[in-house]
Design a protein around this ligand. Structure first.
Ligand code: NAD
Length: 315
């Protein structure tokens, strides 16, 4: 790395807080090394109130681009010169590309799930999707699935206010010609939930339920009749690697190859951002091998991200 830095090296980074355990610098710098790209990626601690200054710094330092994580994603979206369709609907940005001082905000979170499903041979096109949750990750997934041609997305959430926000976004998408059918239901409507999953093609958990250590061993699906052989089950949680939802799905008729955990989402949303920065494909296979090696050596990269999220959620 030190011999690679020159007078022409471009800077990229991630803004958010807490940030010191972020796995992003390892992922991006690995990919820059792989291609011999003259860029370097660092993590910058940034509170929401500091986001505008950080964007000014991006322009001033001619940074190539940046990722944005909690709690700065919405503030970033409010201060972009341009927004991608997904970022505009979601109202949150996790990737910024700097084109000569013009900052364009993208949101690759939902794309992370769509590309990971694709990596597992599954497409969201024409599929009936049941989505658990209406928070940040869920909203991004809802929008991306709708933009990518899902037949329907039925959102189930614990509280009504987040559902109303999701519905507002859905209405905006409809107005702009997105044809996906969107429905919004409360998780307390248990029979409807079971029936919708039984008739659905893909079930996605985008809540924090099931995540270690706070709610490991929990699942929002308590009626095992919901699972069926053709159902794809996707859990955004990556710690533990196999959640209760995934175990229940496997034990109740879903095919093993159709049950997917959230590690790939992390990787693919990064791969999508990498493509936006460089126009190149992130070397995902090599990166996966490298991450597995780090895990074996006892210095896991993704584990660090989990620690960071734990701190955030415990605040
Ligand atoms: P958020 O706080 O915006 O949303 C949390 C969601 O979980 C809300 O819909 C909330 O209603 C729901 N929820 C929480 N506890 C619940 C309970 N007991 N019963 C029912 N619903 C409950 O958070 P977020 O940013 O959307 O993240 C959600 C999860 O997704 C987190 O666990 C996060 O780690 C994970 N995530 C994974 C990736 C990845 O790359 N794999 C990326 C982003 C987020």
């Amino acid at each position: 790395m030190d011999t690679r830095i020159s007078g022409k090296t471009r800077l990229l980074g991630v803004f958010g807080t807490p940030i010191t355990h972020s796995g992003s610098p390892v992922m991006y710098n690995f990919s820059f090394d792989y291609y011999g790209i003259d860029g370097v990626y660092l993590a910058f601690d940034c509170r929401e109130s500091e986001m505008k200054d950080s964007l000014a710094a991006m322009r001033r330092l001619n940074m190539w681009g940046a990722n944005v994580t909690m709690p700065c994603k919405q503030e970033a979206a409010r201060n972009m010169d341009r927004l991608s369709p997904a970022a505009k609907f979601i109202g949150a940005v996790n990737t910024i590309v700097n084109d000569g001082g013009i900052l364009t905000g993208h949101n690759t979170d939902g794309m992370g799930v769509v590309l990971d499903l694709k990596d597992h041979g599954k497409s969201v096109q024409d599929q009936k999707i049941v989505l658990l949750g209406a928070g940040g990750a869920a909203t991004a997934i809802m929008v991306q699935c709708a933009l990518d041609g899902a037949k329907s997305v039925t959102v189930f959430n614990r509280g009504a206010s987040a559902l109303e926000k999701a519905e507002k976004i859905g209405k905006k998408m409809k107005k702009e010609g997105v044809s996906c059918m969107l429905d919004y239901c409360l998780l307390s409507e248990e029979e409807l939930l079971t029936e919708t999953i039984r008739q659905g093609d893909i079930l996605i958990n985008a809540t924090s339920v099931g995540m270690a250590p706070m709610s490991e061993g929990q699942s929002l699906i308590t009626d095992m009749k919901a699972f069926h052989e053709e159902l794809v089950v996707y859990d955004v949680i990556y710690n533990p690697e196999v959640t209760k939802l995934m175990k229940d799905a496997a034990e109740n008729g879903c095919r093993k190859e159709n049950i997917i955990g959230g590690k790939g989402m992390l990787l693919w949303q990064g791969a999508c951002a990498f493509r936006l920065y460089t126009g190149l494909e992130m070397p995902v296979r090599e990166l996966k091998e490298f991450l597995a090696k780090r895990e074996k050596e006892g210095t896991p990269v993704l584990q660090d991200i989990v620690h960071e999220q734990k701190e955030y959620h415990e605040e």
